[in-house]
Structures are given as C-alpha cells and as structure tokens.
Design a protein around this ligand. Structure first.
Ligand SMILES: [Zn+2]
Ligand SMILES: [Zn+2]
Length: 286
C-alpha cells in the first residue's frame, strides 16, 4: 500500500556521536550531535532510534509531514535522551507520538519525559500539546501489534540497554549501540548470541567508539573497539557495517583514518562487506 518499490527501509543518521554533543572545527564533516537514527518503514510512520541531540534536526524535517512517530531508546543515558525536549513534533497539537521506556522498572516512567520536570527544563509533559503516549508495558508487543517486525537483545553496558533488529519486506537493519562486545565480568549477551541476532542483516549499525590505543584504560566502560564491530559484522555475515557512536574527541581526520583502516581490514580478509563510518546526513535505502 503505497510502499515504494525501490526500497523497503530508509535509514537516516541525524546524530552519530557518543557521550556528549559538541560542534568544533575538527568535527564538522562527521557531525557533533549525539545518537539519533530514523527508520522509515512506510509512508506515514517513522521509527526513531534514540533521542540524542540529532533528533532536533529530524524534528524539523518531520514538521511538515503528518507521520506517526515511534521513539524507541537503546537506553536512558543522557546522550540518548537529551534532544527530546527540542523535538519540534512534540509541540504540534495533532501529532501522534509513542515513546517507549527501555527498562521494565516501575519506578521509571520514561526517561524522555522525566527529564522534563520543570526543574531541569522549563516545560513539563503536561505542557505538550501533541497526542503523545508512553508505552511502558511490553513495548515489543505493542510495536508488533502496530505492524513493526522488531526484536531486541540486551546490550553489555553499564545501566543496561537493548539493541534492536527491524525487518521490513525482506530487508533488515540491526541497531546496536552502547554495547561492549567483550566486557570484563559478566555479560548480558555473549558474542555468539550477537552473531545470531545480526545474522545476514542488510545493515548493522554498531558502537565503535574506541580504538586499540584507548585500551586498557576504557575496558569496561560499555563501548566496543572498531575492530570488534568489524569482527561481529564478519561473523554474522552482515552486508553493510555502519560504525557509530564515535568518541566525542575523535576528529574528522581521525575518522577518515578509521574509514580507511576498516575498509582495509575487510579487504585483507576477503570479506565482501561494505563498511561506512557514520556521519550526519548519511542516508541508506535498502
Ligand atoms: Zn551513548
Ligand atoms: Zn550509554
């Protein structure tokens, strides 16, 4: 029904940075906004993965549409929720928006809305004119009832979180950020389980915040090495790996080197896998 013939899923990157947003002369090409990816799975609705500062530009792009909006979080850290109060559609009276808390904790209603408490920000959820609804029980079940073909997997990250796999008309995308593939101590999910979860996906978006030089100091901080994301893509036979959630101190020139090195890494192994270092504005039609 109105589904474009050329592609089943359109993925757009609005924020690709981890931890903290920042604009600087050395990060203009890849961008300084924090995590936000939108996924169009049809003409009238959009799935938004994380609400970092990148969501502000997405809000402007959606303002003139009437799309239903579903905002799903990987977890509740600041760099994944901070843009939400600046997301224009929440101020549009006829807009329908669903938000989903990530954790099944009764004390936690929804981090997106809880930050809007009148103390940390001037507006409160009661001030929002849009038709928003928070779905705290069985978010996956709710999304499936609304015709999203989606599944999730726990990430290895302090404070816990989830990765997601979205399918549409035979295409698939996996979103796995803030995930340490080889953490010290107990793992929420083993490497082999991630491999199963990502098996043959068209696009794998994975945390790639660190380089070998960042270790061992940052081991246990909840993020992966670029090389570990590459290993996962290779083991899962993903078609296209997107390196995501860049360290806030990684410059454009350094990310260019990451791009070259990751390309060479796959070439050396004769792997037919595309690899792209995520940047703001990157759009993929699959
Ligand atoms: Zn993060
Ligand atoms: Zn985090």
């Amino acid at each position: 029904m109105g589904m474009s013939k050329q592609s089943s899923i359109t993925i757009r990157f609005w924020g690709v940075r981890g931890c903290i947003a920042g604009q600087c002369a050395s990060c203009v090409r890849y961008g300084g906004n924090t995590s936000c990816v939108s996924i169009d799975v049809g003409p009238d609705r959009v799935l938004v993965l994380d609400a970092g500062t990148g969501i502000r530009q997405l809000g402007k792009a959606l303002a003139d549409t009437s799309a239903d909006i579903f905002v799903l979080l990987s977890h509740s850290h600041m760099d994944h929720i901070q843009g939400f109060p600046f997301f224009l559609p929440i101020y549009q009276p006829s807009r329908r928006i669903w938000v989903f808390p990530t954790l099944q904790d009764e004390s936690m209603i929804c981090s997106l809305l809880e930050q809007m408490d009148g103390a940390h920000l001037p507006v409160t959820p009661d001030d929002l004119p849009s038709k928003w609804q928070c779905i705290s029980e069985e978010p996956m079940g709710f999304l499936r009832e609304h015709d999203f073909c989606i599944s999730r997997i726990p990430t290895n990250h302090p404070g816990e979180g989830y990765g997601y796999r979205i399918e549409n008309h035979g295409r698939s995308v996996v979103y796995l950020t803030d995930n340490e593939l080889d953490p010290p101590g107990e793992k929420a999910t083993q490497f082999d389980e991630f491999v199963q979860f990502c098996r043959h996906t068209d696009v794998l978006i994975h945390d790639a915040q660190y380089l070998e030089k960042d270790m061992p100091h940052k081991h246990g901080w909840g993020h992966s090495l670029v090389s570990q994301a590459c290993e996962l893509a290779m083991a899962a036979e993903a078609r296209h790996l997107i390196l995501y959630h860049h360290d806030p101190d990684r410059t454009d020139d350094e990310l260019d080197v990451v791009q070259q090195d990751a390309g060479a890494w796959f070439k050396e192994r004769n792997a037919n896998i595309r690899c792209t270092v995520a940047f703001e504005g990157l759009t993929l039609d699959i």
